[in-house]
Design a protein around this ligand. Sequence first.
Ligand code: NAP
Length: 255
Amino acid sequence: MNRLKGAVAIVTGGAVGIGRAACVRLAEEGAAVAITDIREAEGHALAVEIVSAGGAAAFWRLDVSKEAEVQQVFAAVSARFGPVTVLVNNAGIAGVNKPTHEITEAEWDALMAVNVKGVFFCTKHAIPAMRQAGHGSIINLSSIYGLIGAGDIPPYHASKGAVRLMTKNDALIYAPDRIRVNSIHPGFIWTPLVEAFAASQGAMEDVRKALDARHPLGHVGDPDDIAWGIVYLASGEARFVTGSELVIDGGYTAQ
Ligand code: NAP
C-alpha cells in the first residue's frame, strides 16, 4: 500500500488484460489512475470497480494512434487529477500472422500505428506534464518478441524491437528531467489478446498446454505477473532504474 501515493498514472489499453491488472495494482498502491482504452464498457466498469474499492480512477476513451485524441485526453487527465507522473504505454495489437512476403502495406501500417506511433504520441504528450511535476516514469510494454525472433508475426516483432530502443533513447533524452523510461518484456501472458491467438490455432486447451511448455517455469503468466513489474518501475523503489529492460517471461528467453 501507498508505494505510489501522490502519483497520477495513465494506462493505455487499460480496460482488459495486462493494462487492467496494472490499473488495479497502481490504484491499490495509491496512484490516481486514468484508465484509457478503445473498449468503453470494460473501461467504465473497471473505473467503478476501483472507485468502489476505495481507489481513485476514471475512464477515458482513447485510440492511441490518433494524436489529437491523445493530446485532448492527456490534458483532461491532468486537469482532473494533476500533472501526469506515470505513463504505461500498454496498448498493443498482435496484427496479422503471415510471412513477410505476404504482408500488405496497409497491414504493416495498421500495426505500427498502434504499437509504435501510439507509444510516440503518448510519450510526446506526457512529457510536458512530467516536466511540470519535476519527475516521471514511463513504462513501455515491449515483449520477448522485441528481444528474440519466433518466426511468426513479423510486424509485431519489428514494432516491439522499435519500442525497446525508443525506450533507451528516451531514457537518455529525459534523464536530466528526472523522467525515467523503461521497457517490460513479457513472455506469454493469458489475456484476451493471447486467448484470441489461441482460439485461432486450434482447441484452446491444447494450445494453452503448448504455450505453457514453451516457458521453463511450466506455464504462461498472469496479468498480475506484469502488473507488479509496472508498479515497481513506477515507484521510487526504481529511482535509479532507467533505460533498462525488465524481462518477465518464466525463463522463455533464458534458453
Ligand atoms: P489485450 O488483452 O489485447 O488488451 C489490450 C487492450 O488495448 C485491449 O482493450 C485493446 O482493445 C486495446 N487497444 C487496441 N488497440 C488500441 C488502440 N489503438 N488504442 C487504445 N487501445 C487499444 O492485450 P494484452 O495481452 O494485455 O497486452 C498488453 C500489452 O502487452 C501489448 O502491448 C502487448 O503487445 C504486450 N504483450 C503482451 C503479451 C501477452 O502474452 N499477452 C506478451 C508480450 C507483450 P481491443 O481488444 O478492442 O483490440
